[in-house]
Design a protein around this ligand. Structure first.
Ligand code: FAD
Length: 167
């Protein structure tokens, strides 16, 4: 049976959450941890009636896990693309600290926990643009494998993120 909560003005029915829905620490579905599709499915399920008019799809909504992920990888790989070929020791420690701190604040907490564990296993390599670009590409591939996405050929990371494709 479904749990029902009653207030003085409204009656809401608490429906079971879809399987695999990741929750925030407050027990609510985590927007930045789930795909937009999963989130929309849950949101539709919580509505009592189906809408009679088609729902206008907005593009200016809080980021789901995919929008957030794509934007973040774009930033990180672009940082790799502009990182010096011969960084100073300060730049190397700054970049390493940045990646570590970034991993603590990444809004998708499940992603963040796995990424922190990855950084513990595979220490950030910031000795040169090439070194960091490849390290980041491998880190991204680790997430790709986890999500069942194709692996990227890391020999081509610079073509993708700095020079543009040769062919
Ligand atoms: P994305 O994976 O976002 O990639 C964007 C583009 O980068 C691709 O189109 C491709 O051209 C290029 N690319 C792909 N692989 C590489 C590579 N190895 N090196 C260089 N370029 C590459 N989502 C989850 O659901 N669960 C998680 O645990 C999770 N962890 C994440 C951890 C981090 C640190 C980040 C930044 C994101 C994480 N994400 C996670 C989001 C996920 O990685 C994707 O960003 C999201 O699913 C959207 O995928 P996409 O197919 O659009 O391409």
């Amino acid at each position: 049976p479904m749990a029902t909560t009653t207030t003085t003005t409204t009656t809401t029915t608490t429906r079971p959450l879809p399987k695999g829905m990741i929750l925030d620490k407050d027990g609510k579905p985590c927007r930045s941890c789930n795909s937009g599709q999963a989130f929309a499915a849950w949101a539709a399920q919580t509505k009592k009636k189906l809408p009679t008019t088609p729902v206008k799809k907005r593009t200016d909504c809080p980021a789901d896990s995919e929008t957030l992920g794509r934007s973040t990888w774009t930033l990180l790989h672009s940082i790799a693309a502009t990182y010096p070929r011969q960084p100073t020791s300060t730049q190397q420690t700054d970049l390493t600290s940045f990646i570590k701190l970034f991993s603590k604040f990444y809004p998708c907490w499940v992603c963040a926990e796995d990424f922190q564990a990855y950084i513990e296993r595979e220490k950030v390599k910031a000795g040169s643009r090439d070194e960091f670009g490849n390290w980041l590409c491998e880190a991204h591939n680790e997430v790709n494998r986890k999500l069942g996405k194709p692996e990227f050929d890391c020999k081509r990371w610079e073509e993708r993120w700095r020079t543009g494709w040769k062919d």
